[in-house]
Design a protein around this ligand. Structure first.
Ligand SMILES: NC(=O)c1ccc[n+]([C@@H]2O[C@H](COP(=O)([O-])OP(=O)(O)OC[C@H]3O[C@@H](n4cnc5c(N)ncnc54)[C@H](OP(=O)(O)O)[C@@H]3O)[C@@H](O)[C@H]2O)c1
Length: 242
């Protein structure tokens, strides 16, 4: 049977790259989005036309609102992998970020994934080679001024996979983080050209990552053969700030 993956944030730049690569590898996909309905509709029709033997379903939910998670879980049948590629940052000094925004960030990056996994774990276990991959961040390790809550929840994702991987390893499941450095996506569009040039000058690989640089490692971790590496955070940063 065709393997199936749930991609949270499939409408994002990294999420789309992951979706395209998994589809090319023969996966059927549940494509989650939040606000960009047209992006996900275009992705769905592109993938359905290219891979007519596979299934591509779309699911909408705000991950910062836990009451919406059943819009995802109630529509999932069999499942072999979950990729958490949704995310936003809160940019500013900690003292200037409203507590409500810190709470929303925590729900979206941490509480919602844990709540979803409590619902989906039995399906992943039934797969025999269940895979869970988070898109974390290099800031989860090193931390960053001006993005303190974001760095905190990303670091907590790495702590979560270290712990949870031990709980589910005997079920054949692996749980890992792929932690990018700076990726050329719309998440960084709020920064001006000078700021981005300064970031690029710091990166040993001398360029930002493309979404494809990141999706390569995600699809690798989703393979049934990737059965014995778990609880890890893979830094994919071009050598930057590791
Ligand atoms: N870009 C980077 O430099 C970088 C570096 C390290 C880590 N990351 C991480 O990589 C992941 C993907 O980011 P990206 O660069 O691909 O950004 P992106 O293109 O802005 O995509 C963000 C994704 O998150 C979804 N999303 C936003 N708010 C949401 C909410 N309240 N509920 C549910 N989904 C929501 C978006 O859905 P809609 O578009 O449908 O609203 C979209 O699918 C994030 O976890 C990010 O923290 C990015």
């Amino acid at each position: 049977m065709m393997p199936a993956a749930l991609i949270l944030g499939a409408s994002g730049d990294i999420g789309q790259a992951i979706s395209r690569r998994l589809a090319a590898d023969g996966w059927s996909l549940y494509l989650h989005y939040f606000s960009h309905e047209q992006v996900i509709a275009a992705l769905q029709s592109e993938l359905q036309a290219t891979y007519p033997q596979q299934d591509f379903l779309t699911l909408q939910a705000d991950l910062s609102d836990l009451s919406q998670l059943n819009q995802i879980t109630e529509n999932i049948f069999s499942l072999d992998a979950v990729v958490f590629a949704a995310g936003v940052t809160a940019y500013g000094l900690l003292v200037d970020i409203p507590v409500a925004q810190i709470e929303a960030l925590t729900r979206m990056h941490l509480v919602a994934p844990m709540a979803l996994l409590t619902q989906l774990q039995s399906k992943l276990a039934r797969s025999g080679s269940g895979r869970v991959v988070f898109i974390g961040s290099v800031y989860g390790g090193r931390g960053s001024a001006m993005e303190v809550p974001y760095s905190t929840v990303k670091g907590a994702q790495s702590a979560f996979v270290r712990a949870y991987s031990q709980e589910v390893a005997s079920l054949g499941m692996t749980v890992n983080v792929v932690a990018p450095g700076a990726v050329a996506t719309k998440m960084n569009q709020m920064f001006d050209a000078d700021t981005m040039a300064a970031v690029q000058a710091e990166i040993p690989a001398a360029r930002l990552a493309t979404p494809q640089d990141i999706s390569y490692y995600v699809t690798m971790l989703c393979q049934p053969e990737a059965a014995y590496m778990t609880g890890q955070t893979l830094y994919v940063t071009g050598g930057w700030r590791q």
